[in-house]
Design a protein around this ligand. Sequence first.
Ligand SMILES: [Zn+2]
Length: 293
Amino acid sequence: MKQRTIQQPVESIGIGLHKGLPVTLRLEPLEDDMGIVFYRKDKAVSIELNKDFVVDTQMATVIGKNGVVVSTIEHLMSAISAFGIDNLRIVIDNDEVPIMDGSSISFCLLLKQAKIRTLQKPKKFLKIKSNVEVKHDGKYARVLPSDDIVFDFKINFNHPAIGEQHLVYNFSTQSYIEQIAKARTFGFLKEIQYLRSQGLALGGSLDNAIVLDDKKILNDNLRYDDEFVRHKILDAMGDMRLLGYNFIGRYEASASGHYLNHLLTKKIFSSDAHYEIVEFVDEVKEFEFAYGY
Ligand SMILES: [Zn+2]
């Protein structure tokens, strides 16, 4: 399987979740081995996608360099991961990736519109070689060796509209678009009110998040019965793309979020025994198949 970029530049406009300001997002092709690079047009600063540039994981995954940040990258990164894109320039003119509808479906449609271009060099994958686990506060995230790409996520919220949800998801681009990409982010009214008092979540609304009060969902309907756990898988796929490669292995988590996912990526890189970088040159094209749509 070869590296991928897009055929032509594409552009979209949305608002940032936290500041509520308009943002223009433009995706541009890059050549072999150039990686995923964010470019803050308003500051003329480039930030390569790299776990070492993660500067905050509290509300969203944020990368930054010399005080210039790009916030809420996880949904866009999830779509980029699902389409197997290796090289891409992401140009934005503000400090947040637009929230769109709170899921990654708009980014998937944008990548479809741009069309995939296959490059010359072999695509590199990060393959998990041994179990790696991080834990915090009764939550965990871990990876295990596997020849497949699997995300196994459990959540248990003490809330009548969420409760316990568990999904084992076998990745392919097509199944991602159908089963994961439309799952929206969610938040609790109480927390949103607090965030607003702190000048955050100013762009948040029922148009870009599932919002819950103490008893129920305030939106008209859900897109999947278990939309909450599906969104956690969407996030995890975006966060795991911070490894710098598409990943091969089994990811398992209970109640994990951006913070634990980030600790997990750092721990994976803490020893060569945890992973290897692999290419599929003449072998069965099973991963090429998974990345078709
Ligand atoms: Zn999310």
